[in-house]
Design a protein around this ligand. Structure first.
Ligand code: CTP
Ligand code: MN
Ligand code: MN
Length: 516
């Protein structure tokens, strides 16, 4: 039975705001959910609350601000609200879903109490809350890409396709897959549905198709058939030979060679000149197992000590920096990269032959090939954009690393045919006193040291993206030697990586987050 004074109001007011004329808190429109509470308790609470000046709505509406319920979970109340909405009663607005305790406390106080966390009904996170809309910049050098990420099951698949594209020298296609993969590496969450990819840059149709298949079926047929294909496997095995690029591997494949072992067999059929030409490749074959066994951080540290000692012996005061993947925090690498300089400009000239000599005399080198620095900075700027190929004094080498007690079980053994032609390699693993390790040494003048550090830290995609950003967005040209402003026709100086990022108008990304 509605009290008399309220009935008067009803005639002039919307039914759902029956008591608003006399309510003391018009901004707090409360709806009490009957579900689980029962009609009689609901009407009791309604009467009591109204008598204390609270605005209690007859029905849930778009003006409702507080939904109060008893013994319901937040999810249950949400379902109930959804139902009201789909029945067309209300369009959704933001309401607070509260426990009855909020209302009883408010009535006891005589006014709405501030909502505290304990008053709110707990609801499970929505997909949109789990995967917050993140702003993903489109250049990898604008993003932070940690080493460990959440989407390895997708990135590995995309990288198989990238690698396969490299094997057929389709660079555009390869880079497209690498860029998609890199975007997934930068995501702070696991991709579970295609919805999770909304608004992300760099994801082309082909990549999206592959991702969709993996999300739906667990694997992508294209990726799996690529992985299984004879050509892919042979190209992977053959390019795994030190000094062998895609061209050579592809020619060998077309000649019927499938593995490094086939190479040894056919190598014997080569004439003298051909043999000389491939000799260093055969050397790669010889150390195939070693060179395809990841170098551990521990081994990298031992090599660091050796290099440091050698460099300091021939040029006291030289600075040696570990670059490449290990500087980015990788646990393993395909090689160990070093950058060497000296604060006194010019002191680093002719340094490489001295280092190599020292190492050779110590019996530490199994192979080395030094290329000279031909970089010259001209006042007019580079005649053509600096190429990706570096022009420092650079030494590709293979170290003979004495096996300190390496835990053999942790070193993943490469899978060379077990027929056993490579006894020496077998030996150098299990029990032999040494193993072969690829080492890259680079010498840079101090004035270029920051550029060289940035350029040799990688990852390769990160470097590629830095150069693309410089060229396309800034009209600049970046190399491991310099940064050149094509418009102003001048070089930028930089003493640190931070300064280079700043010249490029980029936020500084530390090495550990350049794992694009
Ligand atoms: N680099 C280069 N010029 C080359 C070869 C390599 O500038 N001719 C740079 C690459 O861009 C990369 C860095 O050297 O930034 C390291 O290259 P690499 O050793 O091939 O790769 P890592 O990232 O170190 O990976 P891994 O651990 O497999 O060695
Ligand atoms: Mn490396
Ligand atoms: Mn390297």
């Amino acid at each position: 039975m509605i009290p008399l004074k309220r009935r008067k109001v009803t005639t002039e007011q919307n039914a759902s705001h029956a008591n608003s004329a006399e309510c003391k808190f018009p901004d707090v429109a409360i709806f009490i959910v009957e579900r689980k509470m029962g009609a009689s308790r609901k009407s009791f609470l309604t009467r009591l609350a109204r008598s204390k000046g609270f605005l209690i709505e007859e029905s849930y509406s778009s003006s409702t601000t507080h939904v109060v319920s008893e013994n319901n979970t937040g999810d249950e109340v949400e379902v109930w609200i959804k139902k009201q909405e789909t029945e067309g009663k209300v369009s959704s607005s933001s309401v607070s879903l509260l426990d009855i305790s909020w209302l009883t406390e408010s009535m006891a106080r005589g006014s709405p109490v501030p909502i505290q966390d304990r008053h709110r009904l707990k609801t499970s996170p929505k997909p949109s809350e789990l995967t917050p809309v993140i702003i993903m910049k489109s250049y990898a050098c604008q993003r932070r890409t940690p080493l460990k990420h959440h989407n390895l099951f997708l990135t590995e698949a995309l990288e198989v396709l990238a690698e396969n594209a490299e094997f057929s020298e389709n660079e555009g296609r390869s880079v497209a897959f690498r860029r998609s993969s890199s975007v997934l590496k930068a995501l702070p969450y696991i991709v579970r549905t295609m919805q999770d990819l909304k608004g992300l840059p760099c994801l082309g149709d082909h990549s999206l198709r592959v991702i969709k298949e993996i999300l739906e079926d667990g694997t992508s047929s294209e990726v799996e058939s690529t992985r299984q294909s004879e050509q892919f496997q042979a190209m992977k095995a053959l390019t795994g030979v030190f000094g062998v690029g895609v061209r050579t591997a592809d020619r060998w494949f077309r000649e019927g060679i499938r593995s490094p072992l086939d190479l040894i067999d056919t190598g014997q059929k080569l004439n003298h000149a051909q043999q000389a030409a491939v000799s260093f490749r055969l050397l790669g074959v010889q150390y195939y197992n070693d060179l395809n066994t990841p170098v551990t951080k521990k081994e990298a540290m031992v090599i660091s000590d050796i290099v440091e000692k050698a460099v300091k012996a021939v040029l006291p005061g030289a600075i040696i920096t570990l670059t490449g993947g290990f500087r980015r925090g990788k646990e393993v690498g395909h090689d160990v990269d070093f950058l060497i300089t000296h604060t006194e400009e010019g002191a680093e000239e002719k340094l490489m032959p001295k280092i190599v000599n020292y190492l050779e005399n110590q019996g530490l080198l199994l192979y080395q090939k030094t290329t000279r620095n031909s970089y010259l900075e001209s006042k007019d700027g580079p005649a053509r954009p600096p190429s990706n190929m570096d022009r420092f004094e650079r030494c590709f080498s293979i170290f003979r690393l004495e096996q300190f007690k390496v835990d053999c079980d942790t070193s993943v053994k490469a899978s060379l045919d077990s027929s056993g032609t490579t006894d020496k390699n077998e030996e150098s693993y299990s029990g032999s006193s040494w193993r072969a390790v690829r080492v890259d040494l680079v010498v840079s003048p101090y004035s270029q040291f920051a550029f060289a550090t940035l350029g040799w830290t990688g990852s390769k995609l990160f470097e590629r993206e830095l150069r693309r950003w410089a060229g396309q967005e800034k009209g600049m040209s970046l190399s491991s030697h310099a940064l050149y402003d094509s418009k102003k026709q001048c070089y930028f100086r930089a003493d640190s990586e931070e300064e280079i990022f700043s010249h490029l108008g980029l936020e500084y990304i530390p090495p550990s987050e350049r794992n694009a």
